[in-house]
Write a protein that binds this ligand. Structure first.
Ligand code: GLN
Length: 197
């Protein structure tokens, strides 16, 4: 089958996610049709969604202004997969500890923006991830720290005693940027473990 993958493209790193989902699909003898989301009306036709990194205050403002926020919430309510990375995770959280981010509340975590960034702006770490045999090369860029997870949230990976990959129902969120490496395993975990083929 062809998977219709929508990448939120109002702001942030978009093309890398498209490449990553195509690589993950190819590993399953499937193809992915990647569509960029800049306005309302696109999300309802997507099988899976990617909410990329970028600037969470900007992404939050634009998705509400364009009427995309409600559509993402409906997508999750329908049980369809979402991968939310870095700023995408901040926007998806139940609490971003910042009034400028009106969150989607599709994953019950509280995040502190830029909190890993205070120690180091950017770093790569070999991350043990639940369900993966070998460590994942995780790239952190001014990453959020998850400092609370709700009871229905599964922690898939931790770094420095903080959860950095989480799953609640159809939503997988990461503090890091899985699209910035050639390794498609996080996209695989988020989409091909849960998408009917
Ligand atoms: N610091 C950004 C924010 O808070 C997130 C960084 C990223 O997505 N790389 O929105």
């Amino acid at each position: 089958m062809t998977l219709r993958a929508g990448v939120l493209a109002v702001q942030g790193d978009v093309s890398e996610h498209g490449d990553a989902i195509r690589r993950a699909a190819a590993a399953h003898d499937q193809t992915a049709e990647v569509v960029e989301i800049r306005e309302s009306g696109v999300v309802p036709d997507c099988d899976v969604l990617l909410l990329p990194g970028g600037e969470s205050t900007t992404i939050s403002r634009l998705i509400h202004r364009e009427g995309i926020a409600d559509e993402i919430q409906s997508h999750v309510e329908a049980g369809k997969p979402v991968l939310a990375t870095c700023a995408g995770l901040i926007v998806s959280a139940s609490d971003a500890q910042d009034d400028r981010v009106d969150t989607l509340n599709v994953i019950d975590v509280s995040v502190e923006r830029n909190a890993f960034g205070r120690q180091k702006d950017s770093f790569e770490a070999p991350l043990a991830v639940e369900g993966l045999d070998d460590p994942f090369p995780a790239v952190f860029i001014r990453a959020p720290v998850i400092d609370y997870v709700g009871t229905d949230v599964e922690v898939l990976a931790t770094w420095d005693d903080h959860p950095v990959a989480v799953r609640e129902g159809p939503v997988v969120g990461t503090s890091f940027h899985p699209e910035l490496t050639e390794d498609p395993r996080i996209h695989d975990l988020a989409f091909f473990d849960s998408v009917e083929s």
